[in-house]
Design a protein around this ligand. Sequence first.
Ligand SMILES: C[S@@+](CC[C@H](N)C(=O)[O-])C[C@H]1O[C@@H](n2cnc3c(N)ncnc32)[C@H](O)[C@@H]1O
Length: 324
Amino acid sequence: MADLERVKRQFEAVLHNVTDDVRSQLLCWIKCKINSGEWGDVTKENSNEDVMLESIQSDLRSELPVNAMSQTESIHFPQTGPNADCDPNTTVHVDAFLYDDDAIDDLCEEGKMSRSYCTRCGSQEVQPLTFITHSASATQVKYIFNYALPDLSGKIVLDVGSRTGAVLYGAYLYSKAKHIVGVEIDSTFTRLQTAVVAKYNMADRIQVIHDDILNQGQLLMSSDVVILNNVFEFFVPKDLQEKLWIHLFATLKNDTILVTIPSLEESLQPLKTGINLEKCVESIDLTAPLQQGRQELLDCDDTDDSDLTRINLYRVLAPHSPCQ
Ligand SMILES: C[S@@+](CC[C@H](N)C(=O)[O-])C[C@H]1O[C@@H](n2cnc3c(N)ncnc32)[C@H](O)[C@@H]1O
């Protein structure tokens, strides 16, 4: 047996003979050594897909203000539910697709953003600001399409409320989905996504539609994967949110996979929809993809994996009924 093959077997035997905890720590230690450069430059180059995604992020950063909000949209701060404590005066909108934690630190150093506010002007009594993102981060996008979802060859992916298009570009670069559609109600973001799709020659598989998802029943019905990243909570009043969720569940076809951030339980809890989730969907277990995604996407000293754990997958069970 060639040397390399023998060493690989020995290494796998070591991994096999230790507890899950030790295995995880050992792999993290190896990753740290590689990342620190202590073992020389053994990291592989960024993939073409990663380079392209980074270039899109950079283009979007130059097109949008730091808070990545558009002038044509209005925000509805939730009055009930887990985000009801978001005070418009102390909540900062940061787009996680455009700015990761390191980039936010840079913005703070440059004085373009702050992580805290003064409770009594001039005093040292500072409180942390609430940060809220309206986009999936690049890490989340990679996790969804590289780890969480099955092979999407020939499938139709729909992102409801596609905003900057993060999910669309991710689906294009990291999956084999045949058709990728974003429906966005805001005109500025629709224009922005359309421009990116044209610039990066992605129109062969990506379509951006400027519309209210309420008008897109046929598309909802034909989609195999539907992404719902906190799509309504900050953008429409509560009564309309209820109408939208009821419409979604009455329209989706059997076996469609839903990718949601946060869980459906959390999104629906403050609303009166009458939707009985136990009858409408079954949850898909993400234990294995999560473990792999953590190891391969997060830095080894990154203890916060909530970016990934907030992502949920469900299979639709009961189509065309109110699921009550
Ligand atoms: C939280 S952002 C999600 C962004 C994107 N899906 C992602 O993961 O990066 C929600 C977006 O949904 C849009 N939206 C809200 N209600 C909508 C509706 N009824 N139809 C289409 N888009 C809607 C908002 O304008 C906003 O840009």
